[in-house]
Write a new protein. Structure first.
Length: 391
């Protein structure tokens, strides 16, 4: 994982830091669902990681905000996942992704206080990507570090999660600030949540498989008005648009036969949002635990089961970087709502191919609801297309 940078400030801790990074490389999660990470890039320990002693999600739990925006150390894995579509006054469009993952190395009850500032029980991974639509340019970077010595971490009330100089912070109950930069690509954004947390699944309990614990606590901030600055190709733009934030925490999510998923966050011009995920089984079928949701302008949430929506692939795209073949373009129907949508990538090559390999990109939406025109933008994530999932 030579493309992941780790801060090394003191020669005396070099070997210790290498050990932490080696452990992290063996257990750190893939996007969204760590069991879907490609075997070619993920040691077998990912699939075999011992979850004994960690809390498992077996049903809904009470959530209190803003406290639950912060970390949940009793669970092995969690993430803060920000994506958005932005535009400058001249119409120049951008998509961005900024994601922070936390992975516990030992259960909470086994964590002990140690004298060294470098001692850690947590590893953090962050992904940053910027899509410059006008230039058809996509750039991605990953950062990995220990949750110690101020290098990375997460805290609540107010929320702050960071890795190096990449950060997501909360200044009040509705306002967030995102900051990240790499290779001349910079985001400096203010996000204002206008609908509040949307509890996905059953009051936040999102079951992904048949066994107890094959689940996560999952909520979203689906309508975050966004303003700020984006720098690309040496030019800084004042931008505005919409962002989406996904939060999940769990200890195990995927069932053994599930190899990955296709996830959609769609923000429509009538102030409605839609979320879908299709879990893919190793026999090529769509898993029955796939689901979706419609979030109305009034923040009402209508859950959708697999038989209540249909998503078909409109084409494919083959990566010159990894050789993976991804769906590219989708047709979506929700018959009960008379919704018909076509979803198209704004840039074909939005493959995150740094520490892990998956496709995550900005998309354009056209379609209708009850025969009235409907447009918008969103994000799509495709995992498990680069090699088989580990067992």
């Amino acid at each position: 994982m030579s493309t992941i940078r780790a801060a090394i400030n003191k020669p005396g801790i070099f070997l210790a830091l290498l050990l932490v990074i080696a452990v992290a490389a063996a257990v750190v999660i893939a996007p969204r669902l760590f069991a879907a990470a490609p075997a070619a890039q993920s040691p077998a320990l990912i699939a075999q990681a011992d979850s004994t002693g960690f809390a498992h999600v077996t049903g809904p739990i009470p959530l209190t905000f803003p406290a639950d925006h912060g970390p949940h150390p009793a669970y092995q894995t969690e993430w803060w996942y920000y994506t958005g579509n932005l535009a400058a006054a001249d119409g120049h469009r951008f998509g961005y992704q900024l994601t922070f993952f936390r992975r516990a190395l030992v259960p909470l009850q086994q964590q002990v206080q140690r004298a060294s500032d470098w001692a850690t029980d947590q590893v953090y991974l962050a992904h940053f990507a910027l899509t410059d639509v006008g230039r058809q340019d996509y750039h991605a970077q990953a950062e990995l570090n220990r949750g110690a010595a101020g290098l990375a971490g997460a805290q609540a009330d107010p929320l702050r999660v960071w890795l190096g100089d990449w950060s997501a912070t909360m200044s009040d109950d509705q306002t967030y600030h995102l900051s990240a930069s790499d290779a001349g690509r910079i985001i400096d954004l203010t996000l204002v949540d206008t609908k509040g947390p949307i509890l996905q699944g059953d009051h936040g309990y999102s079951q992904k498989g048949p066994q107890p614990g094959n689940a996560s606590i999952y909520y979203s901030l689906t309508h975050m008005t966004t303003t700020g600055k984006v720098t690309s190709a040496g030019v800084t733009y004042d931008v505005s648009g919409l962002s989406w934030m996904d939060r999940e925490f769990s200890t195990s999510a995927l069932a053994p036969n599930q190899v990955g998923w296709d996830w959609f966050s769609l923000q429509l011009d009538n102030d409605t949002e839609m979320m879908f995920y299709k879990l893919r089984d190793d026999d090529g079928r769509i898993d029955p635990y796939s689901s979706g949701a419609i979030i109305g302008p009034d923040a009402s949430m209508t859950p959708l089961k697999l038989n209540e929506f249909a998503i078909s692939n409109a084409g494919s795209w083959t990566s010159l970087h990894s050789g993976a073949v991804y769906p590219s373009g989708w047709h979506i129907e929700v018959p009960s709502q008379q919704i018909v949508l076509d979803v198209t990538p704004l840039v074909a090559d939005q493959e995150f191919n740094v520490s892990l390999t998956y496709w995550e990109g900005a998309v354009k939406i056209t379609g209708s609801q009850r025969q009235q025109p409907l447009d918008g933008y969103g994000y799509v994530e495709l995992t498990g297309y680069h090699g088989p999932a580990p067992r």
